[in-house]
Design a protein around this ligand. Structure first.
Ligand SMILES: Nc1nc2c(ncn2[C@@H]2O[C@H](COP(=O)(O)OP(=O)(O)OP(=O)(O)O)[C@@H](O)[C@H]2O)c(=O)[nH]1
Ligand SMILES: [Mg+2]
Ligand SMILES: [Mg+2]
Length: 298
């Protein structure tokens, strides 16, 4: 019955169909006006910070070594590297623990500075890279479930604010790492229970923790790996080859002390629009990659 009725209906003419579609489009289109403008202020530093969700649990379930798992840190760095490689307007990125901050050049017009576009694209590229490259770093340790990263955008109006932001994140690494290193040494080598170790460290300052490590466990905190103490700063560099008229652009992982003002004086070009430091290189060109053990090839 319904089928016969359908067959007997006169088919729409092409023009009538187009008119109907046009009317429908214009009567629905008003919903677009509900979309809010989220353009970020011009000429200000855009910082995108991502952080792993519930990584205290994620790290347990994936058997991260305590207090630092070099595989996890390298995977974070590699995921951030893939983000930097794709978005040229990113000057640098700083990572530690389960977080990464990405710094856009002040004048970026990427996605017309629309906040949601910037944040979601950076987060998506980072998160999928974290999963995509998991095996490269964790090898036989399987990824049990998809990790989640939250994200935020913070704007900083001047260079001083941005530098203080970078210092703040690096100071956080130092405070957490000194605490975690002492805590886990007390537990794993000193045979204290976690709650005993917590009590032992309650009210201690940095010097006390350094002393516990040195006097009781012969550990000189200064000799701990730089990546653990200072986190990782990814920057762009251009390597010029002296003999050949050749250069290559690379993204390099560094662990310098950003808390010292000297760092910002010596690397003042980091905050310039075209942030690329140049390195002169004398050796044979084929050696660049092997020599750059600390460098992630662009
Ligand atoms: N064992 C180990 N754990 C790590 C390492 N890096 C990060 N983590 C864990 O990840 C946590 C990150 O801290 P937060 O980001 O403050 O906490 P979170 O559990 O991720 O919680 P939310 O960020 O609020 O969702 C640390 O407290 C550790 O438990 C690592 O190298 N080794
Ligand atoms: Mg987290
Ligand atoms: Mg965190």
């Amino acid at each position: 019955m319904i089928a016969t009725h359908f067959l007997r209906r006169k088919p729409f003419s092409h023009i009538a169909l187009l008119q109907t579609q046009k009317m429908a489009k214009s009567s629905f289109e008003y919903v677009k006006k509900f979309e809010l403008d989220d353009t970020l202020l011009p000429n200000s530093w855009i910082v995108v910070r991502l952080d792993g969700k519930c990584f205290h649990k994620f790290s347990e379930e994936h058997k991260f070594t305590k207090p630092n798992d070099i595989r996890a840190l390298k995977l974070m760095n590699y995921a951030a590297f893939t983000v930097l490689r794709e978005f040229n307007d990113l000057l640098m990125a700083f990572g530690q623990s389960d977080e990464y901050s990405f710094i856009f050049k002040k004048s970026t017009t990427l996605y017309k500075r629309r906040a949601a576009k910037l944040l979601t694209t950076i987060n998506s590229k980072f998160s999928t890279s974290y999963v995509f490259y998991w095996k490269k770093f964790f090898e036989e340790e399987p990824l049990k479930y998809p990790p989640t990263f939250d994200g935020r955008i913070v704007l900083y109006p001047n260079d001083e604010n941005l530098i203080d932001y970078m210092k703040w994140r690096q100071a956080d690494v130092h405070i957490n790492n000194l605490y975690n290193t002492t805590f886990w040494t007390l537990v794993l080598k000193g045979n204290l229970t976690p709650s005993q170790a917590e009590k032992r460290l309650c009210g201690t300052v940095s010097a006390d923790k350094n002393e516990i490590l040195f006097k009781e466990f012969l550990i000189n905190y200064n000799n701990e790996p730089e990546i653990f103490k200072r986190g990782t700063l990814l920057v762009r560099k251009t390597i010029f080859h002296n003999n050949l008229d050749k250069h290559s652009n690379v993204i390099v992982d560094t662990h310098d002390d950003m808390l010292k003002d000297r760092f910002w004086k010596e690397h003042s070009s980091l905050l310039l629009n075209k942030s690329k430091e140049s390195i002169m290189y004398d050796g044979p060109i084929t050696d660049i990659i092997s020599e750059q053990t600390n460098c992630i090839k662009d």
